[in-house]
Design a protein around this ligand. Structure first.
Ligand code: PEP
Ligand code: MG
Length: 891
């Protein structure tokens, strides 16, 4: 291990496990050096130096001396001195944080070139063009990164020469023209900075290192970190390396290699190569690369060497590696490697391939994939067989494949929607006023904002496809049209297709294909007929099932949902929301019950509801035979069942004003006014409703018990559980429990069938979590309702804040992800921890689950496993994701 008493470390000293100190690039350079791969020698200035620099605005004392010492050693190894006028050693200075931040921070090449040493380089290399072009690169990068000289000033220096010679790239300029461009660049630098370009190579090095450290704090780097959830105080390492040159003629070049295809996961050698070029030329796209496969013909010796290095790296890292390399006059150098980023499909395929190749175990394979990736594979996608043109690219903000006609405001979107059309809402940006239009649309396209913009946050919440920040598109809401930077016009009503996973906008209708993974889960695709992706998913899911201790149940309210949940691998139903059975036409029945005038009317209403509920439960119990079904007693805020107060008032007023009074409306209005609540979410709902409206819970219990008896009589096994919502204290639960038990006894007596039925409480009120020990004495199980628990812990209205408050909160970094999406471990998670401990104290046999949205959130499941829960419950489509995450949490 390396001591942190020092700041600078030779490549030969470190290893790949020291990313905290050396950054990702530095740690991997160290590892490759130890493996004996051809890495140019160099050293890494550790992240500790950067952190000190960020804190104090200066490098800590001693760093300069350490750099000098390591430079001395590097010069000895290379047999050349930095900036030596006769034959200069040149250096590259590159950033390299713990987590890769591609393109976000700075790089400076060719440090050590001066007016004198450029002559030495020219003489020694015998190539004037190469020497002067290297100087040009240094001057441009120095001006840009150290001094922030605007690009236009730098362009001007070179474009004068382009114009004179009638060319467009530096390669085409003769050496003397590049020399003149260098003079112009130096003049621009001196004019801008008020002092000349430094001719002392050590000063160049020092300034370059500081520029790289500063680049950690640029606005774009900060934004990137916020989006990727990378901490702001990690800091970057700085890698100083001897320059090797890919721009020394056709026997030189630079390229990127992947040990497998990062897009599909297919085995083989992938990548690009560019002859006579440096890495930055590839990035800048000045010339076209050729596929790496052609290297064998261009330079067979280096090609064999590269393939050997690739296989060494892949076997060593036991994963897909991506590699940056340079060939200088037929000699191969590896400049960088890392475990490569990959698509979700590639991740599953590669994990299973590596198991088959004996490189990793199935446990390790499980850790190489995650639930979020599986979720991506479950969305429908655009088929590949089409020629619909791409018109723009943007930020992939909410996944999915949406096809619809363009609408340029909310009203138009509603109008199209009313006509039964699929709509894509196109806006510059959205705000809460756009919500009706967003609801009416299948996809949302904005030209401004990133992953935390209002459009992105709300779209994800609504499960709608969204591409935002499409800045090549100009929207004119008044003219109802948008124009791309290439002049393509999109009028209102034109067909668009949005790929929310890739951030691509098509003009026209792209055919959508179902996810083969979902087809397989649904039983519509046989494993033997499916491709290797489906088989990889299946194999890893089976392993996850074998490993996990956490159960996975479903939130399902209908027999159809229950069927799907079973197919997707649910071990039971963890939440059947009975109020969902009262929506639609049945709403009237609840209205009748709530507003009933007298006992007889109330009983009649209850009797009707009983019939309907019993039939619902029979269907669900049949679908889930042999597995537990947790039925939650009714929990809606009451206003959801009553006619709208404003509508009623208008009806009454119109009736009176037109001398046609509406007695029915008048009666309803009085009742609704009586029941009206200012804060319905904090009012008559959950257990309170059962206590305030007599007979309601008894009716539901009777429906559950009679249905259970009926399905048992069919010879099926039924395990009903009755769950009481919004409990805050033991007394509430005891009262309701007594009522439930007496109905259960009643039904058992009348049907002659005793169905063991467990009774439990939702823990979704902070007080319930705090007083869990006492509540557990009257409960057979707990289920965390983390939606309400989050709402009540943060005092965030779950129906409003995602649109009104969160975009700003996310931008300001108050949290990195909505607490309604991923569990707030620090606050809500603490309550969960308390309730688990207290609950088990009160009842050692207590079974504990979670049925809020977080139960299916990949990022929250490991927390629930660690908190000692018995199961998570989530919507049917998230069951495979939860199974996978529960398996990962167990290895
Ligand atoms: C919850 O609050 O987390 C819960 C599952 O109940 P609902 O979402 O129905 O309020
Ligand atoms: Mg709730």
């Amino acid at each position: 291990t390396l001591t942190t008493a020092r700041y600078v470390f030779d490549f030969a000293e470190g290893s790949m496990d020291q990313k905290d100190l050396l950054g990702g690039k530095g740690a991997n350079l160290a590892e490759m050096t130890r493996l004996g791969l051809p890495v140019p020698p160099g050293f890494t200035i550790g992240t500790t130096a950067c952190r000190a620099y960020l804190e104090n605005g200066d490098l800590p004392p001693g760093v300069a001396d350490e750099i000098t010492e390591h430079l001395g050693r590097l010069e000895a190894t290379m047999g050349r001195r930095l900036g030596d006028p006769a034959d200069p050693l040149l250096l590259s200075v590159r950033s390299g944080a713990k987590f890769s931040m591609p393109g976000m921070m700075e790089t400076i090449l060719d440090i050590g070139l001066t007016d004198a040493s450029v002559q030495g380089l020219a003489k020694h290399s015998g190539d004037d063009h190469f020497a002067w072009d290297s100087y040009r690169r240094l001057l441009q990068m120095y001006a840009r990164t150290v001094l922030d000289v605007p690009d236009e000033l730098l362009q001007a220096a070179v474009s004068t020469e382009y114009a004179q010679w009638g060319v467009g790239t530096p390669e085409e300029l003769p050496a003397e023209a590049i020399e003149r461009a260098c003079t112009a660049l130096k003049r621009a630098i001196a004019d801008y900075a008020g002092r000349p370009f430094p001719q002392d190579p050590l000063e160049q090095l020092d300034l370059a290192v500081r520029a790289v450290l500063r680049s950690w704090s640029t606005e774009r780097a900060r934004l990137y970190r916020r989006q990727e959830h990378i901490a702001d105080d990690l800091g970057t390492a700085v890698n100083v390396m001897a320059m090797v040159f890919g721009n020394r003629g056709s026997d030189s070049g630079t390229g990127v290699a992947f040990t497998r295809d990062p897009a599909s996961g297919a085995t083989g050698v992938y990548g690009d190569y560019l002859q006579n070029a440096q890495g930055e030329d590839v990035v800048a796209g000045v010339r076209n690369t050729v596929p790496l496969a052609q290297l064998a013909a261009i330079d067979p010796v280096s090609d064999v060497e590269l393939r050997t290095a690739m296989s060494t790296l892949e076997r060593h890292y036991r994963d897909l590696c991506d590699i940056e390399f340079t060939i200088e006059r037929g000699r191969l150098w590896i400049l960088q490697t890392r475990v490569g980023k990959r698509t979700a499909a590639a991740a599953f395929r590669i994990a299973v391939q590596l198991v088959d190749e004996g490189l990793i175990t199935l446990d390790e394979a499980l850790l190489r994939v995650n639930g979020a990736q599986l979720g991506q594979l479950m969305f429908p996608r655009f088929g590949e067989d089409h020629d619909v043109p791409v018109v723009a690219h943007g930020v992939a903000a909410s996944p999915g494949a949406a096809v619809g006609i363009a609408a340029f405001d909310s009203a138009a979107a509603r109008r199209f929607w009313d006509e039964g059309l699929q709509v894509i809402l196109v806006r510059r940006e959205t705000n809460p006023d756009d919500l009706p239009g967003m609801l009416a649309s299948v996809g949302i396209l904005t030209t401004r904002g990133g992953k935390t913009s209002h459009a992105a946050v709300v779209a994800r919440g609504l499960g709608k496809t969204c591409v935002c920040g499409v800045d090549t598109l100009t929207v004119d809401p008044v003219a109802r049209r948008a124009v791309t930077s290439d002049g393509v016009v999109i009028e209102e009503g034109d067909m668009l297709s949005l790929d929310g996973l890739a951030g691509v906008v098509y003009r026209g209708e792209v055919p959508v294909v179902a996810s083969p993974v979902v087809e397989y889960f649904e039983g519509r695709l046989e494993l033997s007929k499916s491709d290797d992706l489906v088989r990889a998913v299946d194999r890893l899911l089976r392993h996850a099932d074998a490993r996990r201790v956490l159960g996975v149940h479903a939130n399902a309210d209908t027999p159809a949902d229950a069927d799907r949940a079973r197919r997707f691998g649910a071990g039971g139903i963890g939440l059947c929301r009975t109020e969902h059975m009262f929506l639609g036409e049945r709403r009237k029945l609840v209205e009748r019950l709530v507003l009933a005038d007298g006992a007889a009317e109330q009983e009649a209403a209850l009797e009707d509801l009983l019939q309907l509920q019993r039939a619902d439960f029979v269907g669900i119990f049949r679908a889930m035979a042999g597995l537990p079904v947790t039925v939650r007693l009714i929990d809606p805020p009451l206003h959801e069942f009553l006619p709208d107060l404003t509508d009623l008032s208008v009806r009454v007023a119109v009736g009176r004003a037109t001398d046609a009074p509406d007695p029915e409306a008048e009666r309803l209005l009085t009742a609704v006014q009586r029941m009206h609540e200012s804060n319905p979410m904090l009012g008559l709902r959950g257990v309170r409703l059962g206590i305030v409206i007599p007979g309601l819970f008894a009716m539901q219990t009777r429906a559950i018990a009679e249905a259970a008896a009926a399905v048992t009589a069919e010879g099926l096994e039924v395990y009903p559980e009755i769950m009481v919502p919004l409990v805050a204290g033991e007394a509430e639960l005891r009262l309701v429990r007594n009522e439930i038990e007496s109905v259960l006894a009643d039904v058992a007596a009348s049907t002659g069938c005793v169905v063991a039925t467990r009774i439990g409480a939702m823990i979704e009120v902070p007080r319930a979590a705090l007083g869990a020990e006492r509540i557990a004495r009257s409960a057979d199980f707990f289920s965390f309702g983390t939606n309400d628990l989050t709402q009540l812990t943060w005092a965030f209205s779950r129906d409003d804040v995602e649109a009104s408050i969160f975009p700003r909160y996310l931008d300001a970094g108050i949290f990195a992800v909505s607490p309604f999406e991923s569990l707030d471990v620090e606050g809500v998670g603490r309550l969960v921890g308390i309730a688990v401990a207290e609950g088990r104290k009160g009842n050692p046999d207590l079974v504990i689950g979670v049925c809020g949205e977080h139960g299916g959130d990949p990022a929250s499941i490991a927390f629930f496993a660690g908190a000692g829960l018995d199961y998570v419950s989530c919507s049917p489509y998230r069951i495979p994701i939860a199974r996978l995450e529960a398996g990962r949490a167990a290895v």
